[in-house]
Design a protein around this ligand. Sequence first.
Ligand code: TYM
Length: 334
Amino acid sequence: MDEKKTMLSGIKPSGDLTLGSYLGPLHHWPKMIEEYDCYYFMADLHAITVRQNPADLRRRTLEQLAQYIACGLDPEKCTLFIQSHVHQHAELGWVLNCYAMFGELSRMTQFKDKSARNADNINGGLFTYPCLMAADILLYQPDFIPVGDDQRQHVELARNIVQRFNGVYGDVFKMPEPYIPKVGARIMSLTNPAAKMSKSDNGDTGRVTLMDDPNVIMKQFKRAITDSDTERCVRYDPENKPGVANLMTIYSSATGRSFAEIEREFDGLGYGKFKPAVGEAVVEMLRPIQEEARRIMADKAYLEGVYRAGAEKASRTAEKTLRKVYKKVGFVAR
Ligand code: TYM
């Protein structure tokens, strides 16, 4: 019997993957594929809670798959799939809508933020989004959910649903745990260290995407906001020097160096030397990923093979849970 624990996570193809998407969760996923049974997907159903250009959504979904593989997610060793190809997500999502309360959904920070930013399109999907996310998770009975800090509240809601549902019907769902990295769980905008770096804020000059040209990356880092204090030294102090702390977090994630080592490395050198060094470290970190992603993206037949096989495998697992749920709630068997 397979004793491996299960991991699952997804990213919305609602914009190009950023350094935030990479350093928060994605960078950690490949390390897990040897030890865990891993499911990683492109959350296209979630992406349409905000209006998308259809051609862009289709392109980005495939690019995201190519980038997952380029980052080290070997499709032979983990299950990679497109969310909309596995119909059980939408089906369980509906059921879980009926086990999540209006009050708790209203308290979701991301719902409040997104409805403020999309005042002309506060649709039902935006509101019930965490139920679909709970379905994504619970279908696979995972142990851990590797995400960035901003998804903690949604994983908590999935946990509440498990408690509520299992309380009525017995042990149907396994209780999932969020798995949030210590460094990099919240990468901030390079021009506004009070806001997270986001893939869907178009025109944000504070963003670096995974596929940005090295010249663009260097330019973004050179003009990154540091701090207006007079000491101008590289010191980790997120409260008083959030811009520098953000750059140190990025540098630490890219090089593996600790904050103390970084402080020693730039002692007496000031921000003028530090900012380009962070840019170079990011360029070097992304270079092999970019080359590999371009190569994979050019091979459409290969990508198709990967997402078809992934959906088949995911669907087999998902169906087992969905059947159990349908039986428990009282649906007549098909
Ligand atoms: P999404 O697409 O907004 O973000 C994908 C992942 O990237 C993390 N992340 C960040 N981490 C650090 N710094 C940042 N600036 C940053 N920006 C994004 C997010 O925390 C997330 O881990 N609802 C999810 C997608 C999803 C999902 C799931 C995740 C759908 N179903 C099931 C896990 C399990 C979302 O919108 O993530």
